[in-house]
Design a protein around this ligand. Structure first.
Ligand code: F6R
Length: 239
């Protein structure tokens, strides 16, 4: 793992440099995106670089990590809505090349189809990840087998609690989600995990220096041949 400690502003710019490098090398790259607070500065930087004509997403295909079960794509807390509003609407991406798991059609057939779509595009070149305070990546909560592919999950109490900040009440937070599995994530040729803030410090230390264990899903990144972990000073304080 390549661990990089820097300010959140510099992390956004250094992570954007990795996108620029991939897109220069492969304009039709397959990119995996994440939602949450963490990638917002990076997305703003990617939008700025598209506007400055430094990069283009014209030929890019995207796959998102996850989606809540039961939310319409138009729901303002769905991950589809998040991506449209925080990135996709502001870059030159072809909407036909965007893939986000459906939170409404969640049968095994749809889950398998998501994996098949990734495979049909030749696999993911670079997957972006945030990290949950409990070490989840995507919505792969502690205890998820490392071999899991795209699947439906029950969210843990700690994740529901953490995500309730975006909903009017905790009761409104969906209890289930569809997520790429750990194996899906690990199959990506490059991983970029970003961790910001004090609340991530303990789990970042376990991820980087602890044992590789299904109890800390992000610890699996230690086994990936090309994984970057970007942490700000607060998130890196126990490293
Ligand atoms: C989001 C996702 C989650 C988040 C994680 C951190 O698509 O898969 O694993 O990355 O919960 O969320 P934030 O960035 O809001 O702290």
């Amino acid at each position: 793992m390549k661990v990089i400690i820097d300010s959140s502003k510099n992390i956004a710019s250094r992570a954007a440099d990795l996108y620029e490098e991939v897109l220069n090398r492969k304009p039709d790259a397959v990119l995996g995106f994440a939602t949450g607070s963490t990638p917002l500065e990076l997305y703003a930087e990617l939008i700025a670089r598209v506007q400055n004509k430094r990069i283009s997403f014209q030929n890019v295909t995207t796959f998102n990590l996850d989606e809540y079960v039961g939310l319409e794509p138009t729901h303002n807390q769905s991950y589809r809505y998040f991506m449209d509003h925080n990135l996709f609407q502001s870059i030159d991406l072809d909407p036909a090349k965007v893939h986000i798991p459906s939170g409404l059609k969640i049968g095994q057939e749809e889950l398998d189809a998501y994996e098949a779509a990734i495979a049909a595009c030749g696999g993911i070149d670079m997957q972006l990840l945030g990290i949950g305070r409990n070490g989840h990546i995507g919505f792969n909560e502690p205890g998820t087998p490392f071999g899991a592919l795209t699947h439906k999950v029950r969210l843990t109490e700690s994740t529901i609690e953490a995500n309730s900040r975006f909903f009017a009440t905790k009761d409104e937070v969906p209890k289930e989600a569809v997520t790429m599995g750990i194996r899906t994530v690990m199959n990506a040729r490059r991983l970029i995990l970003i961790a910001l803030g004090d609340s991530k410090a303990e789990i970042v230390a376990k991820t980087v220096n602890g044992p590789v264990t299904e109890e800390v899903p992000a610890s699996v990144l230690q086994l990936h041949p090309d994984a970057y972990i970007f942490a700000d000073e607060e998130a890196a304080k126990y490293l």
